[in-house]
Design a protein around this ligand. Structure first.
Ligand SMILES: Nc1ncnc2c1ncn2[C@@H]1O[C@H](COP(=O)(O)OP(=O)(O)OP(=O)(O)O)[C@@H](O)[C@H]1O
Length: 307
């Protein structure tokens, strides 16, 4: 089966310096793939080239087997793109704007109305059809941006940091919208936030300094960077030596009098062991969490190792 995206030895140079170098990626036809990287890693450059908005210096882009350089119109037909700065026209209403986008996508006249209706319904903006885009909140503007990316029913939707700048409620809403639109097509979605990618994606491509440093399933990534520390709050904590007696615990850090970070190796059921030790010994546990900051720390190590 042909993959929806194939990037072959993709490199790009802005004036004198390389922004991305020898990127090779293949993406299958359904599900969400996350492109994770810190600011300036090369996510937008890769996405802009993938969508035909920027010409690469070297390498090839194939969309559904079609070479973007050789047949750009045909290749772009299957792509919906929400760039980092959504191309919204503030003085148009939602309907006018989506009509304009559908026109750019060369949708036949008779198919336009139903396609716009479907995109609006999908994105939950049907009730704002006649509203000027400038009068929508950030979250709803982002939905309009996603609606223009799906109005021509593409097989591939590319979203460059779609949750950037949104408040927590809007982020949750846009996330579930992304999940929904990915049910019948491939979605590539970029972020610099690891937890965001973990929540949404079945596959992860990590990019640092313009190179892919990790490319596998989300499960493989989670196994690779499995947390190895736990943060807990005990109202009545024991001495560190007591905690070190628990099987698997290798290091104890008291962050405050009652806030403790415990490092462990291998043990999968460490939280259960700690909870039962706390009950047996009257440590009065208030909170316990696998340490997310440690996960981010490992993520940093992973990128520097591969670089
Ligand atoms: N038009 C440009 N001219 C020169 N250099 C550029 C240009 N656009 C990007 N760069 C540089 O290329 C590198 C990759 O940038 P890119 O925008 O692709 O990264 P990114 O991962 O999307 O980062 P961010 O999340 O901050 O947008 C950076 O070093 C950036 O400064």
């Amino acid at each position: 089966m042909t993959s929806i995206v194939k990037l072959e030895h993709l490199s790009h140079k802005y004036s004198s310096s390389w922004a991305i170098r020898d990127i090779n990626i293949e993406i299958s036809k359904t599900g969400i793939v996350g492109l994770l990287g810190s600011n300036g890693a090369g996510k937008s450059t890769t996405m802009n080239i993938l969508c035909g908005a920027l010409n690469q210096t070297e390498g090839n882009v194939y969309i559904n087997g079609i070479n973007m350089r050789e047949q750009p119109q045909l290749a772009k037909r299957e792509i919906g793109f929400l760039p980092q700065n959504p191309p919204l026209y503030m003085d148009l209403t939602v309907d006018e704007y989506l009509g304009y986008c559908a026109g750019l996508r060369q949708l036949p006249k008779d198919k336009m109305k139903p396609a716009i209706k479907e995109a609006k319904e999908r994105c939950g903006i049907d009730h704002f059809s006649s509203r000027l885009i400038r009068n929508l909140s950030g979250g709803y503007r982002q939905r309009v941006g996603i609606a223009q990316a799906i109005v021509h029913r593409p097989q591939l939707v590319v979203l460059d940091e779609p949750t950037n700048g949104l408040d927590p409620n809007q982020i949750t809403e846009v996330r579930s919208l992304i999940k929904e639109i990915a049910q019948e097509r491939a979605v590539i979605f970029s972020s610099h936030i690891l937890s965001e990618i973990q929540l949404l994606c079945k596959e992860i491509k990590m990019i640092e300094n313009g190179r892919i440093v990790f490319s596998d399933t989300m499960d493989a990534f989670n196994n690779y960077v499995e947390p190895h520390s736990v943060l807990m709050h005990l109202e009545n904590p024991p001495a560190a030596a007591e905690l070190l007696k628990i099987d698997g615990i290798i290091k104890v850090d008291f962050l405050t009098e009652r806030q403790i970070r415990l490092y462990f190796n291998g043990s999968q059921d460490i939280t259960e062991k700690l909870i039962s030790a706390s009950v047996q010994n009257g440590w009065r546990m208030r909170e316990i969490n696998l340490d997310k900051t440690a996960l981010d720390e490992i993520f940093k190590q992973l990128s520097s190792q591969s670089a």
